[in-house]
Design a protein around this ligand. Structure first.
Ligand SMILES: [Zn+2]
Ligand SMILES: [Zn+2]
Length: 119
């Protein structure tokens, strides 16, 4: 009887099409082990570090304001510039929210320099 091969389960955030007897293919297995090691050492595996945008959109797949699919990672409640001024990490996904393009456009136009404090 032939042994059925399955598609590799891949890695978080990465799809793999290798066929394997079970679980991950050797390549992904090695990569997963390595990622686990570095992740526990430094908190995050730099190899798999996601961008601010990816992390925010993953956290908030729907627009905060209208519920449409979010496509823009907006720095909120502080702007990127305010975060930098306060020596906070502007790439921390907790400092962002997901917005759709049209809400982001509206928000940006109301938050032009000087506009923020008026709310
Ligand atoms: Zn694989
Ligand atoms: Zn929206």
């Amino acid at each position: 009887m032939m042994r059925a091969l399955k598609v590799c389960t891949g890695l978080p955030g990465k799809r793999c099409v290798e066929l394997t007897a079970s679980g991950r293919c050797p390549t992904c297995k090695a990569e997963a082990d390595q990622a686990r090691g570095t992740a526990s050492q430094r908190g995050y595996g730099s190899r798999h570090r996601r961008t601010f945008r990816e992390a925010v959109l993953d956290k908030e797949p729907t627009c905060r304001l209208c519920g449409a699919e979010s496509t823009v990672a907006d720095h909120w409640p502080l702007s990127r510039r305010e975060l930098v001024t306060r020596r906070l990490n502007p790439n921390d996904p907790r400092r962002g929210r997901g917005l759709c393009a049209s809400c982001h456009g509206t928000e940006t136009s109301t938050h032009q320099p000087g506009g923020w404090n008026q709310r």
